[in-house]
Design a protein around this ligand. Structure first.
Ligand SMILES: Cc1ncc(COP(=O)(O)O)c(C=O)c1O
Length: 353
């Protein structure tokens, strides 16, 4: 163990005294993470370890040229005590897409799912209890870990998966929050890597997100980088809105991450008669929406209370409460995720105990 880590209990020791219903979205040490190495054209078997640091060559491509991508998904405890994953195959597929985009070897679906299951199973005691609203956040990561100096792909890679128990990303949970439209900073370019889950997109978003939070906003809403006319997404989540006609709409853009939560909400919105549509969403349409929200694994559904754009503030949650469609979709999604509702689409996978 490294000396700076103060939260670690270690396998076989008592779990820290965690206040499950009030967990932050932060890193807490758990018992195990799992690692694979890519060398000579193949991935090694996964190795469980309790070590939270990685030995890394100082000339690794992840450090210098951002050859890095990751995923984020959650494990939940159901009422009957099972531990389940939500749409893990979708995360496996998106990680392969991200790897391809920055010339890293793909993680085969079976290896991805197996490693995720193994690491969750090894940290079962850190899965927050059913009904607490918390979950076990799972962070798969692929990095170029070989030493290269010129700008070219690494010859060695590390795939690792760690987990940590979390509460909601926006600490108020399912409550409307205020967002501001960012016009002067782009997160990603249309022909770039905005649709891949690579670390550089998040580094690029910091100089917009940090000042917005200092001003009291939950986060920013980015516009398309080419025309500055259409909504892209928020810093950590996709954007959706409900129109006056009661339609669920969400931006179609080449520079946003294809959210698995949003994809699921589109299915649920269809079932609820909201006629969901992915299309370009002009920023000046915001005055006409009846509800708006952000969605993602971490954010779940975070209703948007207001959007500030230029000198206007468009308020959706006049009484401070989430709108009816956001509430209906939130309830439907979370009920499936924790096993309270039927799972007609086969989204949930139980981790054998
Ligand atoms: C930039 C960005 N957009 C959208 C999302 C939502 O994607 P998902 O629903 O797959 O978690 C995320 C991550 O959660 C994200 O980081």
């Amino acid at each position: 163990m490294t000396s700076f880590d103060t939260t670690f209990t270690g396998p076989g020791t008592d779990i820290p005294d965690l206040d499950w219903p009030n967990l932050a979205f932060g890193y807490l040490q758990t018992d195990y993470n799992i690692r694979h190495t890519w060398r000579d054209g193949r991935w090694s078997e996964g190795k469980l370890t309790s070590e939270p640091t990685i030995p890394l060559h100082i000339s690794s491509t992840c450090l210098h040229y951002g050859q890095e991508c990751f995923e984020g998904l959650k494990a939940y405890q159901t009422a009957s005590g099972d531990v389940v994953l939500f749409r893990v195959d979708e995360n496996a597929s998106r990680l392969r897409y991200s790897c391809r985009k920055i010339l890293m070897p793909e993680i085969p679906e079976e290896m991805f799912i197996e490693s995720v299951m193994q690491v969750v199973d090894a940290n079962r005691r850190f899965v927050p209890p059913y009904g607490t609203g918390a979950s076990l956040y799972i962070r798969p990561l692929v990095i170029g870990s070989g030493p290269i100096l010129g700008v070219r792909p690494s010859e060695e890679y590390t795939f690792l998966v760690f987990v940590t128990p979390v509460g909601p990303y926006f600490k108020t949970g399912f409550k409307p929050l205020d967002f501001i439209v960012e016009e002067d900073i782009d997160r990603a370019a249309p022909l770039g890597v905005g649709d891949a889950k690579v670390g550089g997109n998040y580094a690029a978003s910091l100089r917009a997100g940090v000042p917005a939070k200092k001003k009291g906003y939950a986060d920013v809403i980015y516009l398309d980088a080419r025309e500055k006319k259409y909504i892209d997404e928020s810093g950590p989540a996709n954007f959706f809105a409900i129109t006056k006609e009661g339609q669920y709409i969400t931006p179609d853009s080449p520079s946003i991450l294809l959210s698995i939560t949003n994809k699921s909400l589109i299915t649920l919105a269809g079932e609820k008669g909201l006629n969901p549509q992915r299309r370009r969403v002009a920023i000046d349409e915001i005055v006409d929406f009846t509800e708006a929200g952000c969605c993602g694994t971490a954010a779940v559904i975070t209703p948007i209370g207001s959007i500030t754009w230029k000198d206007k503030k468009i308020v959706y949650a006049k009484d401070g409460k989430p709108g009816p469609h956001c509430t209906e979709l939130y309830n439907a999604l979370t009920a499936i995720q924790v096993g309270d509702a039927a799972d007609p689409h086969g989204w949930v996978r139980t981790i054998p105990g």
